[in-house]
Design a binder for this molecule. Structure first.
Ligand code: 13P
Length: 287
């Protein structure tokens, strides 16, 4: 069964840990993340960008695959299936397809429009029992062709959106999707503290989890971050492990060409990365 992310995030906020959102791309990704969550007894959020949704043949396929896998693998930890950086239309499509959690990202829109569209979705998600993430202040870097500058959100705007009754709020604090450049100044904890002071109990979401040093992750959690998104790091370890397998010529030995063998090292690498992050975020044992 898929669940809303509301309970898991409120518990994480109260318990001073964070639940990881790991983005999925295919069956191997989904299976690796679900099995690791179960092994660690951790709640988990599966993130699906609109691009990944299209790649996996549409949101209905994603819902069918995930629900089927939860059943077949005997997954009992809480799992939320979450639209990542959704447009308004994407949010509607995922609600109709059976997602249990939605992110509407109106951060690139004029604030009034972000406010109005988030308001409409707060009411819908509330009636349907789905969790809703909103965003204020674009997250830097590139995701699915959308490029942001890594800005810091305005705490007043954060309060206005939080007060609408969203479940969780993503706010830019100098974080960037993808690898951080060498001259990255780090997260702006001053901004995070100012936002936290305005939004009170609202669980905060840290995007761009890839490459943020562990001490900054821990500090962010101590200041109210209850959900951390990781995508690129899983892609990188999958790529490295797959490259190694091929460079060592293992695909040319015996039945090494079998996709179930060819994709196994990458699959194991994602499992190890997700385990590392769940332990760092403190969600292991918290299901
Ligand atoms: P990274 O790819 O930098 O880990 O960011 C993931 C993310 O924030 C998804 O929304």
């Amino acid at each position: 069964m898929l669940v809303s992310a509301k309970d898991m995030l409120n518990k994480a906020r109260d318990g001073k840990y964070a639940v990881g959102q790991f983005n999925i791309n295919n069956l191997e990704w989904t299976k690796a993340i679900l099995l690791t969550a179960q092994e660690l007894n951790s709640p988990v959020i599966l993130g699906v960008s609109e691009g990944a949704g299209k790649y996996m043949c549409g949101y209905k396929t994603v819902v069918g695959m995930t629900k089927g896998m939860i059943d077949s693998l005997g997954i009992t930890v809480p799992v939320a299936l979450h639209l990542d950086h959704g447009s308004f239309d994407g949010a509607k499509a995922c609600i109709n397809a059976g997602f249990s959690s939605i992110m509407f990202d109106g951060s690139h829109l004029p604030f009034e429009e972000n406010f109005a569209k988030t308001t409409a979705l707060v009411n819908t998600c509330d009636v349907l029992g789905l969790s809703l993430e909103a965003e204020v202040g674009a997250i830097g870097g590139e995701e699915d062709g959308v490029v942001g500058a890594g800005e810091c959100a305005d705490p007043e705007e954060c309060k206005k959106i939080a007060d609408l009754g969203v479940t969780m709020l993503a706010a830019g604090i100098g974080n960037i999707h993808g690898k951080y450049p060498d001259n990255w100044p780090g997260l702006s904890f001053t901004t995070l503290e100012a936002i936290k002071a305005k939004v009170g109990d609202m669980p905060l979401v840290l995007h761009g989890g890839t490459g943020i040093p562990d001490d900054q992750i821990k500090k962010a959690i101590s200041l109210g971050v209850a959900k951390i998104n990781v995508n690129t790091e899983c892609q990188l370890v999958f790529q490295e492990a797959t490259r190694k397998y091929i460079e060592e010529g293992k695909d040319q030995i015996g039945k090494g060409f079998d996709p179930r063998k060819l994709l196994a090292p990458g699959f194991e690498a994602i499992k190890a990365k997700v385990k590392e992050k769940m332990e760092l975020f403190g969600s292991a044992g918290k299901a």
